[in-house]
Design a protein around this ligand. Sequence first.
Ligand code: FAD
Ligand code: NAP
Length: 310
Amino acid sequence: MIDLAIIGGGPAGLTAGLYATRGGLKEVVMFEKGLPGGQITGSSEIENYPGIAHEVTGMELMEPWPEQCMRFGMKHSLDEVTKISKRDDGIFEVSVMGKDIVEAKSVIVCTGSTPRRAGIKGEDQLFGKGVSTCATCDGFFYKNKEVAVLGGGDTALEEALYLTNICSKVYLIHRRDTFRASPITVERIMKNDKIELVLNSSVKEILGDKMGVTGVTIVDSDKNERELAVPGIFVFVGMNVNNGVLKNEDGSFICATDESGNVIVDLKMKTSLKGLFAAGDLRIDAAKQVVCAAGDGAVAGMQALEYVND
Ligand code: FAD
Ligand code: NAP
């Protein structure tokens, strides 16, 4: 049996591992289904992580984190967790895809969030063939071409700016005429000649053929339609919380959540189930920032240590 299972290896999970192992827990395993680092590794730039004064990519920011955690004894299991449950004797069972169940004294869930689909006609069929949710990954395919970006939050605007470094033009399509993104980012958008704002508009359909996306049909608030002949569209319409591992067979959760599925925690990152902690983007009122996810992870790591020692 291990002392602590950490599910998810983003900023929250890695920091939880660092604090738990450095604090003295011996058997700490972080289950991460991919490369550690989390969703920020798909970001083209981060400039608000304290102490990193110059602009770096998300990948560059996260690159040293796993090694620092492993140094204090945390183990990385390259596996996807499918379910967490707690037995009557207080021990947690961590179900790992294709492997035996792992028993743990405590669990920290740090599974974060994943990009939401907009639900547009053609979006699913053409996903990966011109429809993308990652500008860093796919931007290069559109070198010197025109692309569309959908959304009005920080992600859409920042990634639209990034794409202007590669593409000849970026149509930024947003359903309102004001943005959710931070003012400094909006200001940069306004000053960028390569960005054409398509406001009060939505994408009715993503058009394509066997080769991929050929264009998008836009409809404005007066119901006027027009087509943009772009080979790519980047969809940045928010994130869904990854809470699947906390679900019972009947769809209920093993701990309390709010109506959107965010995990309810207290200031010590304790969930309603003793010994189960949640940290980062999947918890209620998360600021959805790397620094905050890391802070949550530190708190959860220290609390798990205390719980196991007790
Ligand atoms: P995540 O980073 O989402 O990590 C969760 C990890 O859990 C993932 O690695 C995933 O693979 C793993 N996982 C999920 N389910 C399972 C499972 N069942 N089994 C095993 N592993 C699992 N924040 C900033 O502070 N500044 C920025 O400039 C900024 N820019 C951003 C740009 C983009 C494009 C995006 C998408 C986000 C940005 N953010 C930014 C937000 C920031 O990335 C998140 O707030 C932060 O990564 C949350 O960390 P987390 O550890 O909670 O979750
Ligand atoms: P977000 O803030 O939720 O914004 C989503 C955007 O998509 C909104 O503008 C929304 O429009 C629009 N939208 C939602 N559903 C849509 C649909 N079906 N069709 C068309 N448009 C739709 O999501 P995000 O930008 O991914 O950011 C997620 C979190 O991460 C935020 O808390 C954000 O601050 C944080 N983040 C921070 C940074 C940074 O600090 N630099 C960078 C990236 C992300 P409305 O505005 O009309 O609702």
